[in-house]
Design a protein around this ligand. Structure first.
Ligand code: 13P
Length: 252
């Protein structure tokens, strides 16, 4: 059985002090949790401080982005090695907000994903369609293109470190999550596609997370779907009790 992963993406929220308060509250609430893996993606500025505060807890650290070069004249960028240095295990690549606001192309996302793997970070690779694309019935062709381009050059054996996050853009921050059935349809297609590219083991073993308005109220029905292996949570990860309830989803 795949071990689920519940990851919280804090986005542009929390100073170091605020991050400390939130993580200490969360630590208390997730004591004794062992089924899902838990990761949080704070802003870079809080990462080092949080690495001390999560030590000895089940909470892992995840970055929200990474640059693909190791070092050099790239003002403002952060390398995968620097992220490892502050205790990061996961990194989000290809989030739709970075694709839209910072014009990240599939090619850029692929470079970031390969750089993360090269340095021993586990990428959480985001894919997902716009509302317009869904209405035009282009969802599956869009996510297949994103998978095909984003996973270029990834070896079969590296897939054990890759996590896919299906985040329909129309569901992010809108309060309107995909229904469990809508999400499952796409997750099932993603797994079939992974089978076509990488074969049985990687297709079976790769975690496919759902993201987009995940809340305490909808996590149980989402996690009941056979191909949903966890969640990437935005807004609800900023409130410790809500995020802890999501982590403690009810198994069916
Ligand atoms: P919300 O949970 O706020 O919709 O955000 C989802 C997301 O973008 C996580 O990466």
């Amino acid at each position: 059985m795949i071990r689920p992963l519940i990851a919280g993406n804090w986005k542009l929220h929390n100073t170091t002090r605020q991050a400390e308060v939130l993580i200490m509250e969360l630590r208390e609430l997730v004591k004794g949790v062992d089924l899902p893996e838990i990761a949080i993606a704070p802003p870079f500025t809080a990462m080092h401080h949080l690495s001390h505060l999560v030590a000895g807890s089940p909470i892992k650290l995840c970055a929200q982005d990474v640059f693909w070069e190791k070092s050099g004249a790239f003002t403002g960028e952060i390398s995968a090695e620097m992220l490892r240095d502050v205790g990061c295990e996961y990194v989000i690549v290809g989030h739709s907000e970075r694709r839209a606001t910072f014009h990240e192309t599939d090619e850029v996302v692929n470079k970031k994903l390969l750089a993360a793997l090269r340095e021993g970070l586990k990428p959480i690779f985001c894919i997902g369609e716009t509302l317009e694309e869904r209405e035009m019935e282009e969802t599956l062709s869009v996510v297949k293109r994103q998978l095909n381009e984003g996973l270029k050059g990834v070896l079969d054996g590296q897939m054990k470190d890759v996590v896919i996050a299906y985040e329909p853009i129309w569901a992010i921050g809108t309060g309107r999550a995909a229904t469990p059935e809508q999400a499952e349809d796409v997750h099932n297609a993603v797994r079939n596609y992974l089978y076509d590219i990488f074969g049985l083991e990687p297709a079976r073993g790769t975690r496919i997370l759902y993201g987009g308005s995940v809340k305490p109220e909808n996590i149980d029905s989402l996690m009941a779907q056979p191909n949903i292996d966890g969640a990437l949570v935005g807004g609800a990860s900023l409130k410790a009790p809500d995020f802890a309830r999501i982590i403690r989803f009810q198994h069916t």
